[in-house]
Design a binder for this molecule. Sequence first.
Ligand SMILES: Nc1ncnc2c1ncn2[C@@H]1O[C@H](COP(=O)(O)OP(=O)(O)OP(=O)(O)O)[C@@H](O)[C@H]1O
Ligand SMILES: [Mg+2]
Length: 256
Amino acid sequence: MAGESSPILEVSGLTCTMGGKVVLEDISFCVSRGEIFGVMGVSGVGKSTLLRNIMGLVRPDAGEIRVGGTNVVGLPEKQLNAVRARMGMCFQYAALFDSMSVYDNVAFGLRRLGLAEAEIAQRVDHYLDIVGLSGTGHLMPSDLSGGMRKRVGIARALAPEPELVLYDEPTSGLDPILAATIDALIVKLRDQFGVASVVVTHDVDHLFGYADRAMMLHEGKALACGPPEELRRSEDPVLRQFITGSVEGPIQVDTL
Ligand SMILES: Nc1ncnc2c1ncn2[C@@H]1O[C@H](COP(=O)(O)OP(=O)(O)OP(=O)(O)O)[C@@H](O)[C@H]1O
Ligand SMILES: [Mg+2]
């Protein structure tokens, strides 16, 4: 059994092919309990693929992914579900169950935990409240704006109170105030409850304001990994271009 001081997440030698292309190649990193770990990189570099590997939704070609000490790679479905119960996943495009109300979407993971209905109701109310969606439980996903769907997805991931939350672009498409609210929530979960987070985002400025460490993926590899102040000081031209959002530099963007 892994001790309290061991990392909540250990990825080692992760290589993953998608659609015949090696997307992630020999990626290794650890996330400590209560740490906020950012993941950055250009569109299509493999950030969502990385999170899907951690959730055991994709099987890699090689490597180990240990969550609380248990390697999820190749784990039978039943044991995988037990490990998944320790994680919350906020999908990039919310991925709500369209046939279920907002309430039932947020309650979904709680019912799987076997909680009593009264506790489920209390938790659903609480987590809808902290994402700013009190009183929307009766609505259907089709009644919601994109930003609302996103926040229901966040409430659904947080409601089972996991030790590790994976966020795939949690603030994209939100207005600046809502985005700041979600950033503050990620920080509060760390500071008050010791929740570890992996945050995939393009919003480097905000990420660097609260992340403990971040990793930059580039052409399948982990190009850099460290605390924000260290990454800001880096002279690597790819990292510099990405952080400053410059059109000029080694990262080529095909337009038209
Ligand atoms: N199910 C799939 N089948 C085939 N190829 C896939 C699949 N999912 C992802 N890919 C490919 O894997 C690569 C990485 O995709 P991924 O969605 O992980 O990128 P990303 O970094 O999350 O991009 P974005 O910032 O646009 O969300 C892309 O080339 C994509 O086309
Ligand atoms: Mg993605």
